[in-house]
Ligand binder design. Structure first.
Ligand SMILES: [Mg+2]
Length: 251
């Protein structure tokens, strides 16, 4: 019997070219720091922060890990830099919705699962603050949905593709991994949930519509030390309710 359904966001609930999105994001964000860092230095720190999160071993929040690296040698500026990011997210981030295509029927799928009484978790890479996860969920047509848990940079101590990221979610929602279904488009980042004991559903909407995922670096792949089990299910996002019904009836 499953009790919770976890969803990735990028190319699972919204479709977009991740490389193009990232380039647009960097080009808008770089000027925010132009008085402090050269564009090259800023890029190095921004990427360095997300790489550092891969080494997080659960001792500190991802936000701490990220900001320690981003602010290296400038610790006294940490709060100011955090505020610069927040201001940018509050005022400029929503404009990137132009680069994103929502998938029709997402809110109906969520309502259906919610009405059955299952928990709904947003298990999107916790690189972003909660505010940004919310904005991206709004792009998917899910404004105001009563989520049970959303992972973000401040409430997580692991990130994808660490298996511990999924164990941490299971602990946070107090539902064992065996009673969770993870839905996502990425064969590594999302399907690694199978190693934690979760059921997995690999969605193919993005692939079928030609939206490109961010190329995964060797460094990220090396985070997974065991073979990733094949997905339990593969198909379109619109079939999630069928998969849920199947899992509920098989128990
Ligand atoms: Mg994704």
């Amino acid at each position: 019997m499953i009790e919770a359904v976890l969803f990735d966001i990028d190319n699972t609930l919204i479709l977009f070219d991740e490389t193009k999105f990232f380039e647009a994001y960097i080009s808008k964000l770089t000027p925010v720091y132009v008085d402090v860092f050269s564009p090259e230095e800023f890029y190095k720190r921004l990427i360095g922060g997300s790489r550092a999160m891969l080494r997080n071993n659960g001792q500190k929040s991802n936000a701490d890990y990220y900001m320690n690296t981003f602010c290296h040698g400038m610790g006294e500026k940490r709060e100011e830099f955090w505020n610069r990011f927040e201001r940018f997210y509050d005022t400029e981030f929503d404009a990137f919705s132009d680069l994103v295509t929502p998938i029709e029927g997402v809110s109906e799928i969520f309502n259906e699962i919610h009405e059955i009484g299952l928990k709904i978790v947003i298990a999107s890479h916790p690189l972003w603050p909660e505010r940004v996860q919310q904005i991206r969920l709004n792009w998917a047509g899910l404004d105001g949905f009563p989520y049970d848990w959303i992972t973000h940079i401040e409430n997580t101590k692991y990130c994808k593709p660490q298996v511990e990221y999924y164990q941490e979610i299971s602990d946070s929602i107090q539902i064992p991994p065996e009673k969770c279904l993870m839905v996502g488009n990425d064969p590594v980042n999302d399907m690694v949930a199978g190693l934690a004991g979760m059921k997995t559903y690999l969605v193919t909407d993005a692939k079928e519509q030609g939206f490109e995922s961010f190329p995964m670096s060797q460094e990220i792949r090396e985070q997974v030390h065991q073979p990733i089990p094949n997905p339990d299910f593969t198909g379109l996002l619109s079939d999630v309710p069928y998969v849920v019904a199947k899992l509920l009836s098989s128990s």
